[in-house]
Ligand binder design. Sequence first.
Ligand code: NDP
Length: 253
Amino acid sequence: MFPQSNELEAYICLIAGGSRGIGAAIARAVAARGASVIINYRSSELEALRLARELREKGAGVLAIRADLSRENEVERMFTRIEAEMGNVNALVYNAGISQRGLLIECSEEQWDRVMDTNLKGAFLCCRRALPYMIRERFGRIINIASVLGITGASYESIYSSAKGGLIALTRSLAQEVGPSGITVNAIAPGPIFTDMLREELDEDEMADLTREIPVGRLGCPKDVAAACVFLLGREASFINGHILSLDGGWKP
Ligand code: NDP
């Protein structure tokens, strides 16, 4: 069983891209505080179903739903199912993301579209679908998982950085638009976090070099991001809106 904590009771929290890494840690953290959780995934069905079972065994209300968030019809189908089986989403964590490394001059239009559609268009689609209920209820929480590279930009990661920069601008804009309706919209901009995404990009030596560059002397872990999410989701964070929280151990890329 989870330790008793009902900080997020009455939350129906959609973790968009919640099957692995940071998203899975966020799902565990919000479920441990009493939220009902929807674990969305695109391809990692086994991981998503295992996580759902783990949380259910600990007493959480949980659904695992497959949907490619870059597709409008799949987003619609996912929300319809959530509403039928669990209720309306009042907290959305848009965590789905894919990275893309390479010189811009060697990147294809297809790569641009894939990265933009997953990291940015999917957030637009999910926010647009979730907001009408939140506006009616005059309460809602949206957290977008961006990246520190969306603030600084990065050589070799122009498309990814552009998508995350767009996500940050979406966050700030939406915060102004829906703040008057009792909804907060914030983003977390992680630095290097030890997940599959980082493991696929860097070999062990590069990882060690990167770790040396981080003032706190370690890579981030998914739980670091989850802890920030729990705080921003909470009712006590109602005056934090349109904020981009850098979560990078002081790293300056
Ligand atoms: P992972 O690659 O470990 O996990 C990515 C998650 O996104 C998976 O759950 C994946 O689901 C999901 N996903 C990807 N595409 C889609 C899609 N089209 N529809 C639905 N879900 C999708 O990444 P991390 O955990 O490392 O990253 C999570 C977020 O944090 C991303 O947005 C990433 O850009 C951001 N971030 C990560 C950093 C890091 O160092 N790790 C640093 C800064 C930001 P499935 O497996 O089912 O496809």
